[in-house]
Design a protein around this ligand. Structure first.
Ligand code: BT5
Length: 328
């Protein structure tokens, strides 16, 4: 973080502390060790970033409104994490946060670095599909993780992320369920998706990029036609918007504690929590995987997160695929 940013952060925190009251320019320049003109320049910069700051010659500055953006300035004060999101790369527009995170990780990006975009022009889903979301109303985030695991264990992180997401949604007042492996649904409609990508050799993972897309303040009519019947948002379900930066900060907090627990205790606790939130288990489903279709009852997930599907009198173990719920 450069000096300019930290001065702006300091000004914001003094103004936030001031609340409804004005904070005088003299006090700010005193506390920051800057000239009045320098303080003014930082205030101007904050205004350009979308902060509404009132200035009165005789009284000083007052914070009227903060922008709804997921920048370091907005997220920093809300984060409770030690590592996750402490380095935050914010972009207005990216092709895909997963692509950018992958690039950064290749260049040495550390465990916990986060990429956020207000808008993606080529958001990625699994198997060449796409994630489409109106700009500035959702959360599209990618997280770099560097766990010391063999590649076969990477799918556990998708399930872990789904648990953290469902918990964060519950905290926001929306009861969501997880459809194996990576869909988070509310009342049968998709509110969030997860895309886990990795760089690895046969023995170990170099890094994992955990991509998360959540429909937060998207009005139902703002979904593209093709998603109108299958997608939903927190706004649509709850009837009121969520604070995006706070949602992202809570999510990163939950991800961090789950990742720590998983590193210490393995997949077992994640599996238990996942089962609690699952809407797939016990259902008759159609699974499409690697060009084949299997119809059966979703019985359980195993100690590696694979779906155990009872098909007639045998149990099939499905490592990846798409699940369609057939009936209750
Ligand atoms: C996923 O794939 O659900 C993974 C989505 C991951 C998106 C995040 S955003 C941040 C990060 N950067 C990226 O580039 N990607 C990740 P999958 O299970 O394959 O589902 C994709 C399908 O979900 C699409 O084919 C659509 O049918 C549907 N879909 C697309 N956008 C959606 C949305 N906003 N809400 C609900 N459903 C959507």
């Amino acid at each position: 973080m450069d000096d300019e940013l930290s001065n702006e952060e300091l000004i914001l925190s003094f103004l936030a502390e001031g609340g409804e009251d004005y904070v005088s320019g003299a006090v700010l320049s005193d506390k920051l060790g800057l000239s009045r003109t320098a303080v003014w320049k930082h205030v101007e910069q904050l205004r350009r970033l979308g902060y509404r700051i009132e200035a009165q010659a005789s009284r000083g500055y007052r914070l009227l409104e903060v922008p709804d953006r997921l920048t370091e300035l907005e997220m920093g004060p809300l984060l409770t994490t030690r590592e996750l999101g402490r380095t935050l790369h914010h972009y207005d527009t990216l092709e895909s946060t997963n692509l950018k995170a992958f690039e950064l990780a290749h260049e040495g990006g550390a465990h916990g670095e986060v990429v956020v975009a207000e808008h993606q022009t080529a958001g990625k889903g699994r198997r060449g599909r796409s994630w489409v979301a109106p700009a500035g109303h959702g959360l599209t985030l990618s997280l770099i993780l560097r766990p010391e695991i063999p590649p076969a264990r990477a799918p556990e992180l998708t399930l872990l992320a789904a648990v953290a997401l469902a918990e964060t949604l519950a905290d926001s007042g929306v009861e969501a369920g997880i459809k194996w492996p990576n869909d988070v649904l509310v009342n049968g409609r998709k509110v969030a998706g997860i895309l886990t990508e990795l760089s690895a050799d046969v023995e170990r993972v170099h890094f994992v990029v955990l991509g998360i897309g959540v429909n937060l303040n998207v009005a139902p009519e703002d979904f593209p036609e093709a998603l109108a019947a299958t997608a939903t948002s927190v706004l649509a379900e709850k009837g009121s918007p969520v604070h995006r930066a706070l949602f992202a900060a809570v999510l990163l907090g939950k991800l961090e504690s789950w990742v720590e627990r998983w590193s210490e205790q393995g997949f077992a606790p994640v599996r238990e929590a996942w089962k609690q939130k699952s809407i797939t288990l016990g259902q008759t489903v159609l699974v499409k995987a690697d060009g084949r279709e299997l119809r059966g009852v979703a019985q359980d997930i195993d100690e590696a997160g694979a779906l155990l599907l009872r098909v007639d009198d045998r149990v099939e173990r499905v490592l990846s695929g798409d699940v369609e719920q057939l009936r209750a």
